[in-house]
Write a protein that binds this ligand. Structure first.
Ligand code: PLP
Length: 397
C-alpha cells in the first residue's frame, strides 16, 4: 500500500528498540537489568490514585472540553505562579495526553515547511522528529561534556539564519541531566531578545533537581521573551504518572487557541478522571515529589562515582532529571571476540549481550561518544548492573 510522504520522517524510537531487545532476552530466561527506560520506578502516590477512583465513581467518565477541565487549568495556572513565578490565565493553558502531545500540538501550530528550529544536542529524540513531521528542519547545536552539555549565547548566535523560527530548550535535560543556571539562561536571553524566535521550554524534569539548585524558566527573565515562550510540562516525571498520559503547555493566547482546535480534531481531551487526579497531584501534599527527588539524588551520587571508576568511561555530574550520559568513546577500537567496538550502538549491544544490562546508545540523542543510563532503578539493581558493566568492560581486548 502507498504510504503518505511524511511517514518517511517517522523513525522508530531507539529507546523502545532497546527495551524490546531486553524483553526478548528476558523471555529467553536471561537476567536483564534495564537502565534504558525514561520513567520513574516509583508508584504513583496513593492520594493521586484515590482521587482518580473517586472521580470515576463521581461520573468523570465523559468528554471534557478539549483544552481540559476548567478546575485543572486553574490549578495549573496556580502552580505556574507558585513554583515558577509565571503568570498565566487558565485560557493560556491547554491540557493534553502527556507533555509529548502538548509539544506536538505546539510544533504543528508554529512550524512550517522550510522553517529551521534550533535543538541543542544531545537532545530528547522526540524534538527533531516532531519538527520533521511538521515539515521543518531541526538544526542541532552540538554541545560536549566540556561545555557541561549546555549551549552559550555566542554559539547559539552562530546557528541563526534568516530561516530560523524557534528554539527548543530542555532544562533539566534528557539525556544529559544538565541544568541551565539563571546566568546561562540570561546569556541565551540576550541573543534571543535580538530575534523574534519562538522559545519552547520543556520543564518536565523541574522537580527532579539536585544540589540545592532551583529550576528557573527562561520565560521569567523578560516580558518580551515570555510573549514568545511556550512552557511545556507534565505529570509523568514529578508524580510518577507516565502511564496516565497527562501534560500541558502554557503560552500566548493565539498559539493556545490553535492547539485547542488541533487537539479537538485529534484526541479531543485528556482522560477525564486522570485530569481530576492531576488536580490532586498539583494541589495535594508534595512530600512524595521531594522524597523521590532525594532518592534520585542519592542514586546519582552512587552512579556517577561508580561509572567514573570504570576504565574507559567518564561521567559528568548531572544536576537534574534521572539520567547520566557517560562518555564511552575511549572504548572504541577495543575488541569483543576479535570484533572492534566502533560506535555507541556497538558498546550498548555488547553490554546488553555480555553484561545483561540495557542502556541507550548516545547516537539516539545525537551524540555517538556517549550512552544514556537511567538511574530510575533500585540501588540494588544499580550496584549489580554497574558491577556487571565494569566486568564486561574489563573483558574487552
Ligand atoms: N519531555 C522530555 C524531556 C521527556 O524526557 C519526556 C519523556 O520522556 C517528555 C517530555 C514526555 O513526557 P510525557 O510522558 O508527559 O509525554
Amino acid at each position: 500500500m502507498k504510504l503518505a510522504q511524511f511517514t518517511r520522517q517517522l523513525k522508530p524510537s531507539e529507546t523502545l528498540a532497546i527495551s524490546t531487545k531486553a524483553k526478548t532476552l528476558r523471555a529467553q530466561g536471561r537476567n536483564i537489568i534495564d537502565f534504558g527506560l525514561g520513567e520513574p520506578d516509583f508508584a504513583t502516590p496513593g492520594h493521586i490514585m484515590r482521587a482518580a477512583e473517586h472521580a470515576m465513581a463521581e461520573g468523570f467518565t465523559k468528554y471534557t472540553p478539549p483544552a481540559g477541565l476548567p478546575a485543572l487549568r486553574r490549578a495549573i495556572a496556580d502552580k505556574l505562579k507558585r513554583d515558577n513565578g509565571l503568570d498565566y490565565a487558565p485560557e493560556n493553558i491547554i491540557v493534553s495526553c502527556g507533555a509529548k502531545q502538548a509539544l506536538y500540538n505546539v510544533i504543528m501550530v508554529l512550524v512550517e515547511q522550510g522553517d529551521e528550529v534550533i535543538v541543542p544536542g544531545p537532545y530528547w529524540v522526540t524534538y527533531p522528529t516532531q519538527v520533521l513531521l511538521a515539515g521543518g528542519t531541526p538544526v542541532s547545536v552540538p554541545t560536549t561534556a566540556a561545555d557541561d552539555f549546555k549551549v552559550t549565547g555566542e554559539v547559539l548566535r552562530r546557528y541563526l539564519t534568516p530561516r530560523t523560527r524557534g528554539i527548543i530548550l530542555n532544562s533539566p535535560c534528557n539525556p544529559t541531566g544538565a541544568v541551565y543556571t539563571p546566568e546561562e539562561l540570561e546569556d541565551l536571553a540576550r541573543v534571543l531578545l535580538d530575534t523574534d524566535l519562538f522559545i519552547i521550554t520543556d520543564e518536565i524534569y523541574e522537580h527532579i533537581i539536585f544540589d540545592g539548585i532551583e529550576q528557573r524558566s527562561i520565560a521569567t527573565l523578560h516580558p518580551a521573551l515570555k510573549e514568545r515562550s511556550i512552557v511545556i510540562n507534565g505529570f509523568s516525571k514529578a508524580y510518577a504518572m507516565t502511564g496516565w498520559r497527562l501534560g500541558y503547555c502554557a503560552g500566548p493566547r493565539e498559539v493556545m487557541e490553535m492547539c485547542d482546535r488541533l487537539q479537538s480534531q485529534t484526541t479531543s481531551n485528556a482522560t477525564a478522571f486522570v485530569q481530576v487526579a492531576g488536580i490532586e497531584a498539583l494541589t495535594g501534599p508534595q512530600d512524595s515529589v521531594r522524597a523521590m527527588a532525594q532518592a534520585f539524588e542519592q542514586r546519582r551520587n552512587f552512579v556517577v562515582a561508580r561509572l567514573n571508576a570504570i576504565d574507559g568511561m567518564t561521567c559528568n555530574m548531572p544536576h537534574g532529571a534521572f539520567y547520566t550520559f557517560p562518555q564511552i568513546d575511549a572504548l572504541f577500537g577495543r575488541r569483543a571476540k576479535g570484533q572492534p567496538l566502533l560506535t555507541s550502538a556497538d558498546v550498548v549491544s555488547y553490554l546488553l549481550e555480555v553484561a545483561g544490562v540495557a542502556l541507550v546508545p548516545g547516537e539516539a540523542f545525537g551524540d555517538d561518544r556517549s550512552m544514556r543510563l537511567s538511574y530510575a532503578s533500585s540501588m540494588a539493581e544499580l550496584e549489580e548492573g554497574l558491577a556487571r558493566v565494569d566486568r564486561a568492560v574489563q573483558q574487552l581486548e
